[in-house]
Ligand binder design. Structure first.
Ligand code: HEC
Ligand code: HEC
Length: 203
C-alpha cells in the first residue's frame, strides 16, 4: 500500500513537471486559441477589444456568428482584402479554438463617442431591426442564420457594413440575406449614421 501511494505521488509530479515544462499552463495566454489569436490583435485589439472606429470588436462574439464570418471570408463569399488571408489562417489554426477564445473574452464597448441626438434618432429608426437583432440589439446566435450582437461595436464599422449591404458588396448575391439588403436599400445614408450611433451606444 505505501509503495503504491509513493508511486502515484511520483507519477503525479512527473506529469506536473511535463505540463509545466511544456508551458501548457503559462498564465493568461493558456487557452488553445489565445496564442493563435495574437496575430489578430494588430487590427482587432488585444483580446479582440478593438479601440478603433473601423475594426470590429471580436471579444464576446458568439461562436456561431464568428465561425460563419470566417467561413464566408475564406470562401470568398464575403469579400475583404484584409480578412481573406487571415480567415484561411484561422481555418488552419482550428476554427473552434479561435472562436472559443474570442467568445471567452469580456467585451469592452467601443471607446468612440457618439452624439446623443443621433442615438435618439437611431433608436426611433431601429424598430425595423428588432425583429432580427432583438429589442436590445443582442442578436440571436441560435437562428438558422446567426444574427450578430451589434451592441458596443464601433459606429464607423456598423455604418460601413450597412453601406456594404445596401451596395450589394457584403456577401453579394447571397439569397439568405435578401430581406436584410432590401431593408437597407430603403434606408437613407444619414439614418445609417443614426442607427450606428444607437447600436454602438447600447451595453
Ligand atoms: C490587417 C487587419 C486585420 C487582421 C490582422 C485581422 N482582421 Fe479580422 N477584420 C479586419 C477588417 C477590416 C474586418 C471587416 C471586413 C469587412 O468589411 O467585412 C474584419 C472582420 C473580421 C470578422 C467579422 C466581424 C463581424 O462583426 O462581422 C471576424 C470574425 C474577424 N475579422 C476575425 C479575425 C481573426 C480571428 C483574425 C486573426 C486570425 C483577424 N480577424 C485578423 C481586419 C483584420
Ligand atoms: C431579416 C433579419 C434582419 C433584419 C430585419 C436586420 N438584420 Fe442586420 N443582420 C442580419 C443578419 C442575418 C446579419 C449577419 C449577416 C451575415 O451572416 O453576414 C446581420 C448583420 C448586420 C450588421 C453587420 C454586423 C457585423 O458584425 O458584421 C449590421 C451592422 C446590421 N445587421 C444592422 C442592422 C440594422 C441597423 C437593421 C435595421 C435597420 C438590421 N440590421 C435589420 C439580419 C437582419
Amino acid at each position: 500500500m505505501p509503495t503504491t501511494k509513493r508511486l502515484s505521488i511520483g507519477c503525479a509530479s512527473l506529469i506536473l513537471g511535463i505540463v509545466v515544462a511544456g508551458g501548457a499552463y503559462a498564465g493568461p495566454l493558456d487557452t488553445p486559441g489565445a496564442t493563435k489569436a495574437l496575430t489578430c490583435s494588430a487590427c482587432h485589439g488585444f483580446g479582440g477589444n478593438s479601440p478603433s472606429d473601423t475594426m470590429p470588436i471580436l471579444a464576446g462574439m458568439s461562436p456561431a456568428f464568428f465561425k460563419k464570418a470566417i467561413q464566408d471570408y475564406a470562401a470568398g463569399k464575403r469579400p475583404s482584402p484584409e480578412m481573406e488571408l487571415y480567415s484561411k489562417m484561422v481555418l488552419e489554426f482550428g476554427l473552434d479554438d479561435v472562436a472559443a477564445y474570442f467568445a471567452s473574452q469580456k467585451r469592452q464597448p467601443t471607446p468612440i463617442r457618439v452624439d446623443a441626438a443621433a442615438v435618439a434618432r437611431g433608436k426611433a429608426a431601429s424598430v425595423q431591426c428588432v425583429i432580427c437583432h432583438g429589442p436590445e440589439g443582442k442578436g440571436d446566435p441560435t437562428r438558422f442564420i446567426a444574427i450578430p450582437d451589434l451592441t458596443g461595436q464601433p459606429p464607423g464599422y456598423l455604418k460601413n457594413q450597412m453601406l456594404l449591404f445596401k451596395g450589394e458588396r457584403r456577401s453579394p448575391g447571397d439569397e439568405t440575406l435578401k430581406a436584410l439588403k432590401a431593408l437597407m436599400r430603403e434606408i437613407p445614408e444619414e439614418t445609417f449614421s443614426d442607427l450606428a450611433a444607437y447600436y454602438s451606444s447600447l451595453r
